[in-house]
Design a protein around this ligand. Structure first.
Ligand code: FAD
Length: 471
């Protein structure tokens, strides 16, 4: 679709999300003859795979969350808009976003939806109060506050049972995120916090990794699953498999054994939820409008070219899409975002392009702790230090921006060669902020929108043609 001779306007591409799918799509379109609007509810591009390092004080949040508008500042055809998308109208070809009471309507000729996924508590959303997930910078900082705070409270406590409760950390979900988190809490307790306390021995902290599944790292090869479990046990992580969480409160978790059905309780102050994902609700919104299904995780079933049926102009990529059982990993989002961008660029230029999205699996990795990891590269399986060195390199390559790479490398040197962790700040806002806001409920939304939420908030229509009225 060349420049419209009537309006003199170039084709408009709206991208929802500044994660791996959205950002890499925008960058791929840098030479295309289009105008891009990237709308995201966060002003940064978050490198989620390193959130656990923010939560455990190795790196700062800024190192893995560079500002999106800074990343795209030299890309003249891209505009970044901060706002939460609250509506997509496929018939009208508009996306509506919301920021502090201001509604903006973006018109598009091509749309890439890459809004990712949030945490799923499998129908038990009440667990979230006591067991934060790890999907955002807020989550990681809250967890850091809770983890470090538990050691502080244990130092001040006198009752041995209470000290045990405070020094028990339970990570629910033994996928890569859970494994990495459990490994790092163990290392924090045994290495970093050594000699920091007078009344407690942080080394005595109990770190439990549990999962209803019978293995750790379910998507990995059996050999690596066993090796990962061995490495975890070697650094003091207790692994409980076939353990389903049936209840969770401030003081602990109720567990049902999936084998014999017996129940038990683990007393623990700090619980971390790394067990499931739920795609952005924008997926269901799209599905309703074009008669497609969403799967159990709320992901939209897309066509082989990542578009919606009857809407060749709308792509859904990354954690939000369901296609050929592809996993929710960064490479699927990056490759999907680039594929969508290439197709749009080809359409605009009147050229042909590949009909189907073909995913190239580059393998999977998970770190256990310092110098320990597993890497599944198809036929090649690597463990221990070599896997860890490969993990380090790959993550450095994919961290966006030279400055972030440099500072992350420095933080890793401090933590991995030395014993220290530079980011041990924990504030009250980190620990209590989320729950306080949740308690405020609708009152907070009114305050947030300056009292305009839901009323005539002077909506703006971006690129609205002269003959259309402001919505
Ligand atoms: C803790 C953790 C560890 C991980 N580790 C690995 C790993 O080691 N290797 C790996 O390959 N993958 C890993 N993943 C998965 C990987 O990060 C995701 O698959 C990838 O981020 C998906 O990219 P995406 O673009 O689909 O979504 P995301 O990266 O989640 O981006 C979604 C974007 O959409 C925005 N957004 C959401 N809703 C709205 C809305 N309504 N309006 C506007 N904007 C919106 C968000 O602000 C964000 O910018 C990990 C994930 C987590 C959470």
């Amino acid at each position: 679709m060349p420049t419209n001779p009537t309006t003199g306007r170039r084709p408009r591409v709206v991208i929802i999300g500044s994660g791996f799918g959205g950002l890499f799509a925008a960058q791929r379109l840098r030479k295309a003859d289009v105008d891009i609007t990237l709308v995201a509810k966060t002003g940064h591009h978050l490198f989620q795979p390193l959130l656990y390092q923010v939560a455990t004080g190795i790196i700062s949040e800024g190192e893995i969350a560079p500002p999106t508008r800074d990343i795209l500042k030299k890309q003249q055809n891209a505009t970044v808009i901060l706002g939460e998308v609250v509506d997509i109208d496929l018939a009208d070809k508009t996306v509506t976003s919301w920021l502090l009471g201001r509604e903006t309507v973006h018109e598009y000729d091509h749309l890439i939806v890459a809004a990712g996924a949030g945490q799923s508590y499998f129908g038990n959303s009440q667990f979230s109060q006591f067991a934060p997930g790890m999907k955002s910078v807020d989550d990681a900082l809250e967890l850091r506050g809770r983890i470090l705070g538990a050691f502080e409270m244990a130092e001040a406590a006198t009752d041995p049972a209470e000290i045990d409760r405070l020094l028990t950390f339970v990570v629910v979900g033994a996928g890569p995120t859970g494994v990495e988190m459990a490994g790092q809490i163990a290392e924090l307790a045994r290495r970093t916090l050594k000699r920091n306390f007078r009344n407690i021995d942080p080394k005595s902290a109990r770190v439990i990794l549990l999962d209803a599944a019978p293995v750790v790292l379910p998507p990995f090869a059996e050999k690596l699953q066993k090796n990962a479990a061995e490495q975890l046990r070697g650094i003091g992580v207790e692994i409980q498999l076939g353990a389903m969480v049936t209840g969770l409160d401030a003081n602990g978790l109720d567990i049902k054994d999936t084998g014999d059905g017996t129940t038990r309780r683990i007393t623990a102050a700090t619980k971390i939820w790394a067990a499931g994902v739920q795609a952005s609700p924008l997926g269901a919104l799209l599905a309703q409008q074009c008669d497609v299904q969403v799967d159990r995780a709320g992901r939209v079933e897309v066509q082989p070219d990542l578009t919606l049926p009857g809407h060749p102009e709308v792509f859904v990529v990354g954690d939000m899409m369901s296609l050929d059982k592809l996993p929710g990993v960064a490479q699927v989002a990056i490759q999907g975002g680039r594929f969508a961008a290439d197709r749009i660029a080809a359409t605009v230029a009147g050229k042909s392009h590949k009909e189907k999205f073909e995913y190239f699996d580059k393998g999977s990795m998970a770190t256990i702790s310092r110098y320990k990891a597993v890497a599944d590269l198809g036929k090649i399986k690597v463990t221990g230090f070599l896997a860890w060195a490969m993990w380090l390199l790959v993550h450095l390559v994919y961290i966006v921006g030279f400055k972030s790479r440099l500072t992350t490398t420095f933080s890793w040197v401090v933590s991995f060669l030395g014993k220290g962790r530079a980011q041990r700040v924990a504030t009250q806002q980190q620990v209590y902020g989320r729950l306080a806001l949740e308690k405020l409920g609708p009152d907070f939304e009114v305050a947030q929108s300056g009292g305009l939420h839901g009323s005539a908030a002077d909506p703006v229509r971006i690129d609205a043609p002269a003959d259309r009225t402001v919505a």
